[in-house]
Design a protein around this ligand. Structure first.
Ligand code: NAD
Length: 295
């Protein structure tokens, strides 16, 4: 049993923290949302009255926050956790953020004698609930081995991508590809529908053909093709358009640094920005289907 502090109990962090509790760890949680805190309390978590209280006696502190600015602020901002973390603690940040922010926080914590890894995840809310996430870890061999001891309680595949920041680079490559697959799948489904095909039948055909991909398998963007997916549930997230747009911005920043050509990633970013401008930022990212279906 480990003593774990957990910050950020949203769509992903809530079920991840619940799985740590299920595995028998002692978990102290903090979120700005009282409802999210109350939900975790009902599952056996201890509630921190302020964010610094998650640090006391912790073997691990895990964070699952929206973006780089939140992670920088929590750890290294005014009255940041760098002032409260204890030497035995390994900090695991699982948020999807820019690699520079991960490296900045990692350096600041290292200067205070605190170990850090970035460990962004893939697998969505369903994977978080089922404990089957993929973790992509950036950090030293020693810290990777230590992090793995609790990441296996929340995920199935735990990868070591390289040094601090490498997890984030791998994650944004994955999400850029995911957004392209989601847009492409939506486009193909609507083309079939426009020509009178049943989207369920078309999905089955493409699943058994060379267009097969993760969105068709478990996250079909067309309503009522699959049960228990955001599209069938009014596009309630899931993974928000705003978060996907953020990740696509990070991918474009990364591409600029290395002069890498990412034309489809740039197009996907523009499509998700268009959705934000239409007021769809809080919908699930599979709502991109509506760009094609709404005539
Ligand atoms: P979310 O918006 O549902 O949750 C974020 C939580 O952080 C909220 O509960 C919010 O109250 C809390 N928070 C924000 N600032 C805080 C602060 N200063 N102190 C304490 N709590 C604070 O987001 P999410 O969908 O859970 O995503 C979290 C991260 O995981 C993001 O970086 C996202 O890109 C990434 N991610 C999400 C998914 C997904 O499918 N939702 C999948 C993989 C990765």
């Amino acid at each position: 049993m480990a003593k774990i502090g957990f910050i950020g109990l949203g769509n992903m962090g809530g079920p991840m923290a619940a799985n740590l509790l299920k595995a028998g760890h002692q978990v102290t949680v903090f979120d700005l949302s009282e409802a999210a805190m109350a939900d975790l309390a009902s599952k056996g978590a201890q509630l921190a009255d302020k964010v610094s209280a998650v640090c006391t006696g912790a073997d691990f502190v895990v964070s699952m926050l929206p973006a780089g600015k939140h992670v920088r602020a929590i750890y290294t901002g005014e009255d940041g956790l760098v002032n409260y973390l204890e030497p035995q603690t390994l900090v695991i940040d699982s948020s999807t953020i820019d690699a520079e922010s991960a490296q900045f926080v990692g350096k600041a914590l290292a200067a205070a004698g605190i170990a850090f890894v970035d460990a962004p995840v893939s697998g969505g809310v369903a994977g978080a609930a089922a404990g089957t996430l993929t973790f992509i870890v950036g950090g030293s061999d020693e810290h990777f081995v230590k992090a793995k001891t609790i990441l296996t309680n929340m995920g199935k595949n735990i990868f070591h991508a390289g040094n601090i920041g490498a997890g984030q680079v791998a994650k944004i490559c994955n999400n850029m590809l995911l957004s392209i697959l989601m847009a492409g799948t939506s486009e193909a489904l609507q083309l079939g529908i426009d020509h009178g095909l049943d989207p369920k039948v078309l999905s089955e055909i493409m699943l058994a053909s060379s267009g097969r991909n993760w969105t068709l398998e478990v996250y079909n963007p067309c309503p009522n093709v699959q049960d228990n997916v955001p599209s069938t549930n009014g596009y309630k997230p899931g993974f928000m358009v705003d978060l996907m747009a953020k990740d696509l911005g990070l991918a474009q920043q990364a591409a600029q640094q290395t002069n890498s050509a990412t034309p489809l990633g740039a197009l996907a970013k523009n499509l998700y920005n268009l959705m934000q401008n239409q007021g769809k930022g809080s919908e699930d990212f599979s709502a991109i289907f509506k760009l094609y279906s709404e005539k």
